[in-house]
Unconditional design. Sequence first.
Lengths: 84, 161, 113
Amino acid sequence: MSIFIGLLILCLFLCLYRVGKGPTAPDRTVAIDIVGTLVVGFCAIYSIITKKDLYMNIGLSWALLSFIGTLALAKYLEGRGFDE
Amino acid sequence: MKRFLHFLILLGIWLALTWSLQWQEVLAGVIVALLADLLLGDIFPIGSVKVFYPIRFFWMCVYTVVFIWYVIKANFDVAYRVLNINMPIRPGIVKVRTRLKTDMARTFLANSITLTPGTLTVDMTGDHLYIHWINISSEDPEKETELIVGHFENLLERVFE
Amino acid sequence: MNETIGMTLLVVGITFDIVGCIGLVRLPDIYNRLQAATKCVTLGTALILLSVVFYTGFNAIGVKALLCIWFVLMTAPTGAHAIARAAHRSGIRLWDDSVMDKYKDDSEGSEDN
């Protein structure tokens, strides 16, 4: 199992490279969104290892919260209010 | 009636999340589902309840199978383009018309297009969808897009309209 | 038996995750990056969550994993759609070798839209 965690951390570093390099702000936003989805994968693997549903709860709430964060960032980039 | 169906859906989700039938848990679920239904029931999308008619539910299952098949195909397509050294991509944005009317059906259509091979919904104004293609291969991309959109439209029309 | 299926799903899912992240680094502009990243990482994470169902069985963890698959499949395309629209409206052009951009042609006529 630990090799899968290692591979996911490799994915995280690829995303962080795009966060650091990304020439424009939406590039960074995409990378942050992908990091949010990868964290759900981390939680799933931890719940396989420990057999506790605690990690799955974290994954569920993380999926929803990172979605709301992405929407807020997208609206901010669009340069208009939240009323739409 | 509509409110009662919402209440049942919410209570079902609560019971699936807690996964125990102790009376305290069920009581808390009933109270929370009732509150959420009374406060937010008006902004709940109307079309979602229609899915539970038997015929629509059958078409929903057909749609799910087709959708999963397209998603798997899309992933192998993207993997081929990303891992190829020459990166065979010819991106562009095309415009296509949809004949679906309800919001729920349009949401599902846009999400399905995003997860199918080589396409991404960028915006929707009125009846028109703007779709980003990763690889415009044919001479007439609009026609090709209409094929994909029409395929999902036929299924979604049976589910939601 | 269930462990074998779960392990296979886990390996395939993580392979797709890695392919998606490589696409995020390699592809030339934001729209193509969104395509690769959204599709591959969404399916990869969904497969990892499905492998949780096979490993632990149909109990509290498995049901939560199934709900989580549903959330991820619903929210990821919507987020991608929001970012793509925001990028286009904030003035980011397509890659230089792109073939056509109907959206730009249409929106230049009515800037207040």
